[in-house]
Design a protein around this ligand. Structure first.
Ligand SMILES: CC(C)(COP(=O)(O)OP(=O)(O)OC[C@H]1O[C@@H](n2cnc3c(N)ncnc32)[C@H](O)[C@@H]1OP(=O)(O)O)[C@@H](O)C(=O)NCCC(=O)NCCS
Length: 205
């Protein structure tokens, strides 16, 4: 399964609105993409599952993160991953790319609102050093749940860049052991075959 991340494009809007509705389920009230008329309103990223020409499947949007940049702060205002693709670091990759972009365009901090009951998302934000900086009472129109404001400060510091690169390395390393053992097996088979060949050569010459 090949997944890649790219910037949101205008052609993505229809699929994004459908996915946003699906991702939020019964918590969905209105789309953050409804107001996006200009390309500037479409600041963010999508995760795409690459289609397989052989199977005639097309590229499919499986995750998104919508951002707003105001002065020196980047705000995450919609973020989700298709339920079928959760738990395999798609959300984490979208968040990392967004923080990196926020640093590049001069943000000092990154902030968002999250439901008080949404521990999965809060875990992800805490992993990237977002701290609870406030509460908005009855923030969500569906069920009047409170929102926690979570913010990570000083993302443009050397210390945070170092932390981010360590996190990225850790995330990449998660997938390497499988490849390692695969190569290990291949090279063991190769060594075994080379030994047989050399024995055979000794025998015939
Ligand atoms: C929140 C969400 C985007 C996470 O995406 P994801 O691709 O499933 O998350 P990842 O696989 O990248 O996980 C990254 C981290 O998130 C946290 N996390 C994700 N799923 C979790 C779960 N089921 N339980 C606990 N922590 C979880 C963990 O800290 C995890 O890091 P770890 O693997 O080192 O433990 C996804 O669950 C989602 O779309 N939820 C519904 C919409 C939503 O809540 N959006 C956020 C609005 S503020």
């Amino acid at each position: 399964m090949k997944i890649f991340i790219r910037s949101i494009q205008k052609d993505d809007l229809t699929d994004l609105k459908l996915l946003e509705k699906k991702v939020y389920g019964s918590n969905f009230s209105s789309s953050q993409f409804d107001l996006a008329n200009k390309i500037d309103d479409l600041f963010g990223y999508v995760a795409i599952q690459k289609g397989v020409p052989f199977l005639k499947t097309k590229n499919k949007i499986i995750g998104f993160i919508k951002l707003v940049h105001v002065i020196d702060e980047t705000h995450v205002n919609s973020f989700g991953v298709d339920q079928f693709f959760r738990g395999i670091s798609v959300g984490e990759k979208l968040l990392i790319v967004s923080i990196m972009k926020a640093i590049e365009i001069g943000s000092n901090s990154c902030t968002l609102e999250v439901r008080e009951s949404n521990f999965n998302a809060q875990n992800l934000y805490s992993k990237y050093r977002f701290l609870k900086t406030g509460i908005r009472k009855n923030y969500y129109s569906v069920n009047r749940e409170n929102a926690l404001i979570m913010t990570v400060q000083k993302i443009n510091s050397v210390e945070y860049s170092e932390f981010l690169s360590v996190q990225i390395q850790k995330m990449c390393l998660r997938y390497i052991p499988k490849i390692d053992s695969y190569y290990y097996k291949i090279s063991s088979v190769r060594i075994f075959l080379m030994r047989i060949i050399s024995l055979f050569q000794q025998f015939t010459f």
